[in-house]
Design a protein around this ligand. Structure first.
Ligand code: ADP
Ligand code: MG
Ligand code: ZN
Length: 456
């Protein structure tokens, strides 16, 4: 039954690929021993002053441009006040009323904003205590907030997939969800089609694609049950429990924090000039959407094109192979062979050359697979392998006709059967012909010539 429309907006936090933190010179290395990358600024000592990391701003600009946002010439840092042991200052520096980037879209989903902020530290719970690691405190993040334009768990997955790809293409974030480089909160509500937006629940703790899909699916069913039973969904923050696959209430709207945002007095208004934005724009690679469009225009089916843009490395590799002149064959080889090998050991020009040899009739596709394997192992050029192993196809009709003649003479029984109407033996006879030519006869030619001789 489709009597409910699902409405979803995602808030995604992405850790920026800077070497140092956003307001101090401490390193951002993931996995360092606890509290080894800390200083008075990120420990929140009184009197320590933040100094903005230019590279963090640049990466946020990259994210904004890569998603079609407008980069604001001025944006403002604000203090978001709350108490928690992993937040030594008692506030997080974020952007509130005037974010760095606005507008933009990913596919059909509009973006509301992208802003810069700092990460908090991490609590480690041991048997009888909680320990604080502040290595992560002050690591730069961007938050990407979508409009509530997503309509299903599958679409949320597709949105996050594309967003992750964009961030990775742009070398903005490493996209590692297990390590928390990319974290997602999902706002979910349902409504009767045409009605105003329903009350939403915000689900935290979604650090994998599977959790995102499962949490949304669970939440939709939970809300349907409430509304069908005549109840009301309450606006609250919920936590997803991967073990049970359920979401449960964490805090209600009444318990929601009042962050008492106010402009950060220790930082200037952030002004970004046009020239910088234009420089950054020029340094961005072509993004996945534009590549999918280009590949489809080359005659590649959309689903295949989508698979080819999964990573920038794969897409670049495919494009290099396709520039050899046969994009459809390039797509097949890259998807079926290169991707299965799991690496790109074969130089794209070499693969393009192999494809050109098939197109020229020098080798058949079966032999080509063999040559490909050998290329992967030895790094040799395809022409060299074909030459050395004598794999070139026999495409001379006279040579094939001679061999076919011998087959006909050597197998009178089968020839008689074929001529008597038992056409299945044709396969056997072709097999014999291939044997005669040691597998190198060009297949179409072998079929054609053998038929000619048999059909007299
Ligand atoms: P907050 O200020 O509490 O973070 P916002 O209005 O900024 O709330 O929205 C946060 C996120 O929630 C956005 O991604 C937005 O698209 C989404 N959202 C807002 N209203 C709804 C709703 N009724 N249903 C689903 N998602 C919503
Ligand atoms: Mg929010
Ligand atoms: Zn520091």
């Amino acid at each position: 039954m489709t009597d409910w429309e699902v409405v979803i907006g995602l808030e995604v936090h992405a850790r920026l690929l800077t070497r140092s933190k956003i307001f101090c010179a401490c390193a951002t290395d993931f996995g360092a021993p606890p509290n080894t990358h800390v200083c008075p600024v990120c420990l929140g000592y009184p009197g320590a002053l933040p100094a903005l990391n230019r590279r963090a701003v640049e990466l946020a600009i990259r994210a904004g441009l890569a998603t079609g946002c407008t980069i604001q010439e001025r944006s403002i840092f604000a203090r978001k006040n709350y108490f928690y042991p992993d937040l030594p200052k008692g506030y997080q520096i974020s952007q509130f009323e005037e974010p760095l980037a606005t507008g933009g879209r990913i596919g059909s989903v509009r973006l509301r904003r992208i802003h810069l902020e700092e990460d908090a530290g991490k609590l480690i719970h041991v048997s009888d205590a909680s320990l604080v690691d502040l290595n992560r405190a002050g690591v730069p993040l961007i938050e990407i907030v979508s409009e509530p334009d997503i309509r299903s768990a599958v679409d949320a997955d597709a949105y996050l997939t594309r967003l992750r790809q964009i961030l990775m293409y742009g070398e903005i974030c490493d996209g590692n969800m297990e390590e928390g480089s990319l974290r997602c909160d999902a706002n979910v509500s349902i409504r009767r089609p045409g009605e105003p937006l329903g009350t939403r629940a915000e689900i935290k703790n979604l650090n994998s694609f599977r959790f995102l899909r499962n949490a949304i699916e669970f939440e939709i069913q939970r809300q349907i049950v409430i509304l069908k039973g005549g109840g009301r969904v309450s606006q609250e923050t919920r936590l997803f429990d991967p073990a049970s696959g359920e979401t449960r209430a964490m805090r209600s709207k009444e318990e929601a924090h009042d962050y008492r945002y106010f402009p950060e007095p220790d930082l200037f208004t952030l002004s970004i000039d046009r020239a910088w934005v234009e420089d950054v724009a020029r340094s961005l690679p072509v993004m996945p959407d534009a590549r999918v469009e280009k590949y489809v225009a080359m005659g590649i089916p959309a689903a295949e094109a989508e698979a080819l843009v999964a990573t920038r490395e794969l897409a670049d590799y495919f494009e290099a192979v396709a520039s050899g002149g046969n994009p459809k064959a390039a797509a097949n080889w890259v998807r079926n062979e290169v991707l299965h090998l799991g690496h790109f050991r074969i130089e794209p020009v070499m693969l393009a050359r192999l494809i050109a040899m098939i197109d020229a009739g020098t080798i058949g596709s079966k032999v080509a697979k063999e040559v490909f394997q050998e290329m992967a192992e030895s790094g040799e050029a395809p022409d060299a392998i074909v030459e050395r192993r004598g794999l070139a196809q026999v495409a001379d009709p006279a040579v094939i006709r001679d061999a076919a003649q011998r087959v006909v003479e050597q197998h009178p029984t089968q020839v008689a059967q074929y001529r008597g109407g038992k056409t299945q033996v044709f396969g056997f006879l072709v097999g014999q012909l291939m044997k005669q030519t040691r597998g190198k006869a060009k297949a179409e030619l072998a079929n054609e010539i053998l038929k000619e001789l048999l059909d007299v």
